[in-house]
Design a protein around this ligand. Sequence first.
Ligand SMILES: O=C(O)[C@H](O)[C@@H](O)[C@H](O)[C@H](O)COP(=O)(O)O
Length: 250
Amino acid sequence: MPATPEIFRFSSSDDISRALDHFVAETARAAIARSGRFTVSLSGGSLPKTLAKNLKDNKSIEWSKWHIFFADERCVALDHDESNYLLAKQQLLDHVPIPATHVYTINQALVQDHKAAAKDYAAQIKTAFGGSDAMPSIDLNLLGIGPDGHCCSLFPGHRLLDVADVWVASLDDSPKPPPSRITLTYPIINNADINLFVVTGDGKADAIHKIVDQKEALPSGRVQAKGRLIWFLDDGAAGKLNASTLKYNL
Ligand SMILES: O=C(O)[C@H](O)[C@@H](O)[C@H](O)[C@H](O)COP(=O)(O)O
């Protein structure tokens, strides 16, 4: 049964950062109590900054038990200003003691070959999840959404929307620059325990309305979860939602 989306509305992106701090800290605590570690994937864009704002100073977190993956990554060097890793490093990883071996980055030697980079990243995930061929279940994917409704590097109308045989796929024709990227695919995204979208700004309001109210099959609208599917929206992003859609108003 598909998870019913839980939609939370906040009056500002600062309020979202505070709520994210509580939610992610509690999700990590529960995962560590259950399995001894917390696996989380990060998107690029505005997400790392919104996430890190309060979380990086949260003293209750057992950072040594965290394992960080990237929901998608650009095929660029790790110190390139378009690298999602670099963004996460600057915003969060430089400020908290997560062991470097727990941060799963795109293979630097393969950034010129997106297909090999995707294969390598899937192998890294497999190793991190004990080497089994069983579909991994990431505890929490933190996802952003583009004005066109994309998430990760899964764009409207793109062939990667139908990929079901690999955990990580690649593209060299991303409509959002840079063109060469790797991305988690739906089978692994939807097998996560929790998928949480974090969306700010009125530039996303149309996409949110189409996905949530009109059930349009935009890429972000195809995301499910084993456990919970959650949307954190600020007033701008929620601006065009039907009033009756909002079940929670924090
Ligand atoms: O690497 C990327 O480009 C992202 O992972 C992408 O999927 C991003 O999350 C959305 O485009 C939202 O980005 P904003 O939050 O900056 O709008």
